[in-house]
Design a protein around this ligand. Structure first.
Ligand SMILES: [Zn+2]
Length: 364
């Protein structure tokens, strides 16, 4: 019933040439007068609705869905509290300080359903929202599936980052067979402080982030810090590609593989990694492969070692078994395989065996 009425109303709207057919009228008794969403990046979205009916409006719900990679479309439904009346102005604020935030440029859709005391229903058509960081005037540059957004630095700054991004994608495809399946948006903030201003509860060390389910990267790169910025771009883009490729409802990737591929794709290991790895070998306090399958330690020294070992593990796997095997491994993870199960299927050894083999490789 409701669908038919909505469709009829839509046809009427289109027939009348109304340019904004988002407000669908169910029946003359129940009219949605206005619907809007006000964005306050990065903390909140204020939704508001005004509606009128010949009898009391008794039920108002807001529905929204965030555009992200997932296995089931998730729609959130909010029951709006209000005093039933013939004319209602309702509003609801999505306070992201309570729920966690959304990255810049993330997209969602929202719509309302309302009902009056006679049981008449009306529904607005879904309206898209792009949750942009309006604190800055963004410029953009697109090549293939990658769009770079930036606001500080000249055109060649963005072009250099674009070259880096395209090279990173090519190198990753060569080393692992993984390629970008969906569009990616890279937001380049002018510094770490600006970047952290886009996040709800940023970690003080956050210099870049990949929001893999949204297809969005955000990094703070000062134009005079381009060398670091190129590595960060490559790192976060690699996470994004690998996550797109292996997403499944059952299992994630071991952290050493996820971070290892990201740092490996950056190019030669940073001297900091090499030094830290050699220290750990000399002191015989390498971390086990099984331990770094879980999130890395928050302590700087241990965390650097975890990254250094992850780099070395990926170098070992690709160097010894080739990129075909790496592709096979990633495709096995995509099927939801366990960490040990995937290694056993592709290589015939589990993480403990890998630990032994890798230690023999690295302790020379
Ligand atoms: Zn990383």
């Amino acid at each position: 019933m409701i669908k038919k009425l909505s469709l009829l109303a839509l046809i009427i709207c289109l027939f009348l040439g109304i340019l904004s057919p988002s407000l669908v009228q169910a029946q003359t008794e129940l009219t949605i007068l206005d619907s809007s969403a006000q964005l306050e990046f990065p903390t909140r979205i204020n939704f508001s609705l005004s509606a009128r009916s010949e009898v009391s409006i008794t039920d108002i719900r807001l529905h929204y869905t965030v555009d992200q990679l997932s296995h089931a479309q998730v729609t959130s439904e909010v029951y709006i509290e209000f005093a039933p009346a013939n004319k209602v102005d309702a509003s609801w604020t999505w306070d992201m300080r309570k729920t966690g935030g959304l990255p810049p440029g993330s997209r969602l859709e929202y719509w309302w359903t309302i009902e009056n005391a006679l049981g008449d229903k009306a529904e607005t058509l879904p309206l898209p929202i792009q949750f942009d960081d309006t604190r800055y005037s963004w410029r953009s540059l697109t090549e293939g599936e990658v769009t770079i957004y930036w606001y500080q630095g000249n055109e060649s700054f963005a072009q250099e980052l674009m070259v880096t991004a395209q090279e990173a994608l090519m190198r990753l495809a060569g080393d692992t067979g993984a390629y970008l399946e969906k569009q990616v948006k890279a937001y380049i903030y002018a510094n770490t402080q600006d970047l952290q201003g886009s996040m709800i509860y940023p970690q003080e060390w956050t210099g870049g982030a990949a929001f893999t389910r949204h297809g969005i990267i955000a990094i703070g790169i000062a134009p005079n810090n381009l060398a670091w910025g190129k590595r960060a771009m490559t790192h976060e883009l690699t996470h994004l590609v690998i996550h797109q490729m292996t997403l499944n409802p059952y299992n994630d990737l071991p952290n050493w593989l996820d971070e290892g591929l990201a740092v490996y794709n950056e190019g030669a290991p940073s001297p900091q990694f090499t030094t830290r790895l050699n220290e750990a070998i000399a002191a015989d306090n390498l971390i086990s492969v099984r331990s770094i399958a879980s999130p890395f330690s928050a302590h700087a020294e241990q965390s650097i070692l975890a990254y250094a070992q992850s780099y070395s593990l990926v170098e070992f796997l690709i160097g010894n078994y080739g990129s075909d095997k790496m592709l096979e491994l990633l495709n096995t993870f995509r099927q939801g395989s366990s960490y040990d199960g995937a290694l056993e299927k592709v290589h015939g050894f589990d993480m403990d065996d890998l630990n032994t083999l890798w230690r023999d490789y690295v302790i020379r």
